[in-house]
Write a protein that binds this ligand. Structure first.
Ligand code: MOS
Length: 707
């Protein structure tokens, strides 16, 4: 294996397990989050949400709220500052009397305290003219359509060869429908913004995944030049996609602050987040696989339905993963979309791949059973030399290494393939496997580094650390590229003043920022070398931007890969499923910080378990909303649900991903996990679970149906 990486010979920072550089600040409470900036004369806003699923506002009796203690103002569509278009219709808050979904923002009450604001918001009488709503996601809806593109910018449909012909002619076929429910993002820290105007200059402290992106949106919404808006998000308590773009608080707080000429903080409650920050679309998917008796695929056909709102088209890339996974001469993927009277679905960890892999990797297991072929072997037999859809080379692809390494570590080779025959008391036991993948993209970012006269370096980049450990990984990368120790680096992030940079999203953050840091560091080292290391008293600064390099990147397929192995125990009487053991082996480029990387991968796998067994937002079709709006009604896997999780990675040096060799690890951990669990449940019970989550009632029903 070769490498273009050329770290300084003295590097002792990257690939070394490193405790978070902000650990002390966090555990001592010194790290400040968006709702922890206490500004002079600050007022508090509380969001009022629509109580109909579709219609118009007829009257808002704001006098009732204004008469309550401490209330300063009620903002609604009649008196809200006008907003310009920022490319997201859902951010046009309080601009019209129309209501597009239950829970939409219809007013903001501002008061001297957050309690007063909330009391008045809850008492505010609003009457509506209600129209009929339609919130039922289904595949036979007359308004199902084919979007032109799916996220982030893929063609909606792809086709190679003749799938239908190959399917009809094949020796072995699998054809099944799979479904995944709507799921809601629940980062620890709810969305929050503290806003302050100084004349026509706006500063916001906001919880987001990228201050640059929020900065651009605010400039557009409020028609402000770039230099007049400052977005600070030094510490962020989770996002998972729900903070990947500006969300309502960062629009409402500046509006209210402008109107009152006081700083205003707007925070969301956990319950409000269920309507206002996006969620994972439900999916209904069909996968058809055809193979010969040796297990070589002749056709792969993946059809995916998902939903969007009537305001914004959000077309998730559910079937796109099937374009890269397995060699087959006939390959078709198609997406269908349905716009309903619901909030717009948004990104949620591995959007597309997470639900898409449940269908594809379940179907692969069904095919393996049909062929009486080991499911690991089936995947290895269909390993492609080139991208199956399009024929481009992979920058690196080590799925087979992950499957083999995982088989060894997990003890897979001793597995008896027959389903429904292992018992431990009341438990039926089974094991399952699935492949995983996630794109390894890079996005242009800029970075500034200042060499100080004392020999230390200040690195400034508009990166975000959502709790992932990005701040630590970037400090390690900067130290390596500059050839110094961690203690010589002061890394500053989460401030839009530092220039444009990628968000912490799409598993692209650390790779994209690391590249910009590396570029600036090399430039600075060159200048220092030329000057014999002399630094003027005021310091020596350089800035970088990676746009040119990224635009010039070769047209190859960049992906991380992985293999998920799980063991389950199923109680056929209660329907309970336990997951005592999980193993994930990943090929994800160079690992910067093994400590935080392991946490990221374990976190993703834990969420995969949660997705497989628990997470489900339940639509009340009459009412027009998801019913479970809190963590009592929406169960996220907790400690007691999780067994042993082991994570490993295979050595991978990818010359073409980017100069840092990083692929990104935030999302791949959740991909394939749910399929591995469903496949293990089949192995334990002999019954396929094609709908998530695998609830006890579904286990019991499948056993009953089979008699
Ligand atoms: Mo992540 S869903 O790409 O923010």
């Amino acid at each position: 294996m070769t490498s273009t990486l050329n770290p300084p010979a003295t590097s002792t920072t990257v690939q070394v397990p490193t405790t978070r550089v902000d650990a002390i600040a966090k555990v001592t409470g010194q790290a400040r989050y968006a709702a922890e900036y206490d500004l002079d004369r600050m007022a508090f806003g509380f969001i009022v949400q629509a109580r109909i699923a579709r219609g118009t506002i007829v009257a808002i009796e704001d006098a009732v709220a204004l008469a309550m203690p401490g209330v300063l103002a009620v903002i609604d569509y009649r008196n809200a500052p006008r907003l310009s278009d920022a490319g997201d219709a859902e951010l046009q808050l309080l601009q019209s009397e129309r209501v597009y979904y239950r829970g939409e923002v219809v007013a903001l009450v501002i008061a001297e305290s957050s309690e007063q604001a909330r009391a008045a918001a809850e008492a505010l009488p609003i009457s509506y003219a209600e129209a009929d709503h339609d919130v039922l996601f289904r595949t036979d809806h007359p308004e199902i359509y084919t979007p032109e593109k799916v996220n982030p910018n893929f063609p909606s449909e792809s086709s190679v060869g003749n799938v239908d012909g190959a399917f009809d002619a094949a020796e072995v076929r699998v054809q099944a429908w799979y479904s995944t429910p709507a799921e809601h993002n629940n980062p620890l820290e709810p969305h929050a913004t503290t806003a302050q105007w100084d004349g026509d200059e706006l500063t916001v402290y906001d919880s987001n995944q990228g201050a640059s992106s929020v900065h651009s949106t605010l400039c557009k919404l409020f028609d402000l030049p770039r230099g007049r808006v400052h977005v600070r998000s030094e510490h962020v308590g989770g996002g998972f996609g729900s903070k990947g773009s500006a969300r309502p608080t960062v629009v409402l707080a500046p509006m209210a602050s402008k109107l009152l000429d006081r700083p205003v903080r707007v925070t969301m409650t956990r319950q409000q987040m269920f309507a206002l920050v996006g969620y994972r679309t439900p999916t209904i998917q069909q996968v058809r696989l055809a193979a010969d008796h040796t297990g070589r695929l002749h056709a792969l056909d993946h059809l995916a339905y998902s939903q969007t709102s009537r305001i914004v088209e959000f077309a998730e890339q559910t079937a796109v993963m099937s374009r890269v996974m397995y060699a087959t001469p006939n390959l078709r993927t198609r997406h269908r979309l349905l716009a309903l009277d619901v909030p717009t679905p948004r990104w949620m960890r591995a959007p597309g791949e997470a639900p898409g892999s449940f269908a594809l990797e379940s179907a692969m297991d069904e095919l393996a059973a049909e062929l009486q072929l080991d499911p690991v072997e089936l995947r290895i037999r269909n390993e492609p030399d080139f991208e199956p859809d399009g024929g481009r080379p992979f920058s690196s692809r080590n799925l087979v290494s992950c499957l083999l390494e995982g088989s060894d570590r997990f003890g897979w080779r001793e597995r008896d393939p027959r389903p429904g025959i292992r018992r431990d008391g009341r438990w039926l036991l089974g094991t399952g496997v699935a492949s995983s993948t996630y794109p390894a993209r890079n996005a242009p970012s800029s970075c500034a580094i200042t060499a100080r006269a004392d020999g230390s370096f200040e690195v400034r980049i508009t990166a975000a650390d959502l709790g992932t450990g990005a701040r630590t990984a970037l400090t390690q990368l900067a130290a390596e590229s500059l050839g110094v120790g961690l203690a010589d680096i002061e890394l500053r992030i989460g401030d839009s003043d530092f220039g444009q940079a990628m968000i912490a999203g799409g598993s692209m953050g650390t790779a994209s920022w690391g590249w910009a840091i590396d570029k600036a560091a090399r430039q600075l080292r060159g200048q220092l070398d030329a000057s014999g290391g002399a630094v003027p008293p005021e310091g020596l600064s350089v800035t970088s931007n990676t746009r040119a390099e990224i635009d010039a990147q070769a047209d190859v397929v960049r992906h991380g890969f992985g293999a998920q192995f799980v063991e389950v125990a199923v109680d056929p009487r209660s329907g309970e499923v336990r997951v005592p053991r999980m193993l994930g082996v990943f090929a994800v480029g160079r690992i910067v910080n093994p400590t935080t990387a392991r946490s990221q991968l374990i976190g993703g796998m834990t969420w995969g378990l949660s997705m497989a067994l628990f997470e489900e937002s339940i639509m009340d079709v009459e009412f027009g909303d998801y019913l479970n709006h809190d963590l009592a009604g929406y169960h996220v896997a907790s400690n007691a649900d999780v067994g042993a999780i082991e994570v490993a990675w295979v050595e991978e040096h990818d010359e073409q991903t980017n100069p840092t060799g990083i692929k990104g690890i935030g999302e791949i951990g959740i991909v394939g996990t749910a399929a591995a669990i469903a496949n293990a449940v089949w192995h334990a019970t002999g019954h396929r679970q094609r709908a998530l989550p695998i609830r006890p009632d579904r286990i019991l029903n499948s056993a009953n149906a089979a008699g």
